[in-house]
Design a protein around this ligand. Structure first.
Ligand SMILES: Nc1ncnc2c1ncn2[C@@H]1O[C@H](COP(=O)(O)OP(=O)(O)OP(=O)(O)O)[C@@H](O)[C@H]1O
Length: 208
């Protein structure tokens, strides 16, 4: 579950963002919508604990994030929050498997190659396990980023414009996988987007 109460974020003297109060129950899916510059990415960063609000309370996976700091926040994020960005942000010189091992390590979880194989299987990416990331297509790399986001069975999945750079086919695939994976783990799924192809699929929406 996530919730945002009286949250403001200040980038500087001239840039104050105020967010409406908002809640998404455990296992539900929602979109964050709004024009360019309205604060969609900022809100996702607040929900992921990548930024600290100037005021108000952000709860993600039932945890008030301001109660966690530094290293504890990093481990909490690694264990309970799956993050997907517009670009995959994988380490391109490493193999797919090594990128996923790194995600387990960062969350202080034991190395579990079987779990990695299982996730890659589900996403139809088993044959790419030993490929270097720079050898992947854009669509494959985005699906690996989803594999990494769901690897540690997070309670919340946050995706920032996950389909922006994809064609219709890959966009459809990525949305199906995101929804399926969120359902399998009963994770709360939040997608920030202005992609029309995404808007029509999710009735629960926050407009900024
Ligand atoms: N690091 C920063 N320093 C100062 N201002 C920033 C910074 N990051 C974002 N902003 C400003 O904060 C506002 C919200 O930015 P944000 O990236 O959250 O919007 P967005 O809705 O995700 O936009 P887009 O759809 O174009 O990606 C914008 O006006 C932006 O210029």
């Amino acid at each position: 579950m996530i919730s945002v109460q009286s949250v403001i974020y200040t980038y500087g003297p001239d840039k104050h963002l105020a967010f409406p109060d908002w809640e998404v129950e455990q296992g539900k899916h929602s979109l964050i919508l709004g024009g360019s510059g309205c604060g969609k990415t900022t809100l996702l960063h607040l929900l992921a604990g990548l930024r600290t609000p100037t005021g108000g309370i952000v709860k993600t996976a039932g945890q008030v994030l301001s109660e966690l700091g530094g290293h504890r926040m990093d481990v909490f994020r690694g264990k309970h929050i799956g993050l997907i960005f517009q670009k995959p942000h994988l380490l391109s010189v490493l193999t797919v498997e090594d990128n996923l091992l790194l995600a387990q390590y960062m969350a202080e979880l034991p190395q579990n190659k079987k779990r990695i194989r299982d996730v890659l299987d589900v996403l139809n990416l088993s044959d790419r396990r030993n490929a270097k990331v720079y050898e992947l297509s854009q669509g494959e790399a985005q699906r690996i980023a989803i594999a990494r986001a769901v690897l540690n069975k997070p309670k919340v999945i946050l995706a920032d414009e996950p389909t922006a750079s994809l064609d219709d086919d890959n966009s459809e695939k990525v949305l199906n996988i995101l929804e399926e994976q969120a359902n399998v783990y009963n994770a709360t799924l939040v997608i920030a987007t202005h992609d029309q192809r995404v808007k029509s699929r999710f009735p629960h929406q926050l407009k900024l």
